[in-house]
Design a protein around this ligand. Structure first.
Ligand code: LLP
Length: 417
């Protein structure tokens, strides 16, 4: 049960009618439920109650300051992949000792920024990165906490674009070469080798790939310890899936029980990097129907949100549930729901049986809290949508709708023109 439910014919976000919010702020709109964010965080936290752990929210899924603050207020940390994410996390009040830094392409200035901030550790993704971090830490007179992101060569059985733990992926250091790199790292003067890390993919709907990964890594952990390295953290990454349509991913409790059973005797502090699982079903996107176009072969519901606002359907063929904000349409129609962008790939739903929307109707796209606004762009010079957070019967604009002025900010016309 989430907090986007009908009361009578009206879709509500917690105790506020979605229509009422739209009347104040317009469309397209991203809407987040604070109660859902909190519930998802607590479910994950409780799933690991039996072992020492920290939830480092993977903020690439949704980096709005209000969302970050919600999790930090509950004791969470953050998984970052850029200097910009670190900046946002600090702006929302993260404790630096709860920050882990992943990503294959960390730049010198980003490494410096993270070292000066005093983050917990870098999840190192290549041999060259080890050298780079050691050198920069030496220059700053600091010791850098590191874990090696181990690529375990396990298939998470998800979409190829979001599979990361196979040998052919660009991520992490191959498990066969990891021990040698641990030993090399341990000899570097400016590194504190404190952890082991993995992340095998996103939107996983089974527990077994996680368990297989842990089993493989346990053998490596033994070897690392035998080499005299004092490991303290085991970062298990993110990846637990959610229900968009009819998927049945394990609940956090089931995921927690399976992982706890495998790791409880290791004496390691566990870190998790959930993204989608915390925010995906805590957000919806709302658009307005501009036109209904009955084509020769297809019907099109043209709305005022597009692929620049919600890229997932165009990019991955992803499914987002479509619901009427007010259920007063008569009957259903099979249609494509499309945006105003000049590309055939600009669709939000395809060949979908939807309520027979009319001009002016409000359309809700469900499960849009993760990788929704965060992946939005200004393509076709479309200002990005407004973001709103609801808590109980109150709602607050947590990011203003962009203006036309915002679109040209920083641009200049040279004198020679
Ligand atoms: N940790 C690392 C190192 C990651 O790369 C990711 C996601 C996560 C954690 C969080 O994964 P999650 O718990 O959200 O599955 N844009 C795609 C998803 C890309 C995922 C990228 N990495 C989508 O919309 O489906």
């Amino acid at each position: 049960m989430h907090h986007f439910q009908y009361k009578g014919n009206e879709l509500y976000a917690e105790d506020v009618a979605v229509r009422e919010i739209v009347e104040k702020v317009g469309t397209p709109l991203y809407l987040y439920s604070h109660a859902t964010l909190e519930r998802h965080y607590r479910a994950m936290d409780e799933a690991f109650a039996a072992v020492p752990h920290t939830i480092c929210y993977s903020m690439k899924a949704n980096s709005n300051l209000a969302v970050l603050k919600t999790f930090f207020g509950l004791g969470g940390g953050v998984d970052i992949v850029s200097g910009g994410e670190l900046y946002r996390a600090l702006a929302a009040g993260v404790e630096p000792c709860k920050v882990v830094y992943s990503g294959v392409g960390k730049k010198d200035d980003e490494i410096e920024y993270a070292l000066n901030t005093g983050i917990l550790m870098f999840n190192v993704e290549s041999e060259e990165e080890l050298d780079r971090i050691d050198m920069i830490a030496g220059r700053l007179g600091k010791k850098a906490g590191i874990a090696i992101r181990v690529n375990p060569d396990v298939d998470p059985e998800t979409h190829p674009y979001i599979t990361t733990g196979l040998k052919k992926a660009k991520f992490g250091i191959n498990i066969e070469r990891s021990l040698e790199q641990y030993r090399r790292a341990a000899r570097m003067a400016n590194l504190d080798v404190m952890g082991i890390d993995c992340h095998i993919g996103s939107q996983l709907t089974k527990v077994s790939p996680f368990v297989d990964t842990i089993k493989k890594l346990k053998r490596l952990i033994e070897g690392v310890r035998e080499s005299g390295i004092n490991l303290r953290y085991f970062d298990l990454g993110g990846g637990l899936g959610i229900t968009y349509s009819d998927e049945a991913p394990p609940l956090p409790a089931e995921y927690g029980a399976a992982i706890t059973a495998e790791t409880k005797d290791l004496g390691l502090h566990l870190l998790f990097e959930p993204g989608r699982n915390l925010v995906g079903n805590a957000g919806i996107m709302v658009a307005k129907c501009l036109y209904v176009k009955r084509g020769e072969e297809k019907n099109f519901v043209i709305v005022d949100a597009a692929m620049n606002d919600l890229a997932r359907p165009s990019l991955y063929g992803s499914y987002h549930g479509v619901q009427a904000v007010r259920k007063d349409q008569e009957g259903v129609t099979v249609a494509d729901i499309v945006g105003p962008i000049c590309e055939s790939g600009d669709f939000l739903a395809k060949d979908r049986e939807v309520p027979s929307f009319r001009q002016g109707d409000l359309v809700a796209f469900m499960s849009a809290g993760a990788y929704g606004f965060a992946m939005s762009s200004n393509y076709n010079s479309r200002p990005r949508a407004v973001e709103v957070m609801v808590k109980g019967d109150a709602f607050v604009v947590v990011r203003d709708r962009e203006t036309y002025g915002d679109l040209v900010r920083g641009e200049r016309i040279p004198d020679f023109l």
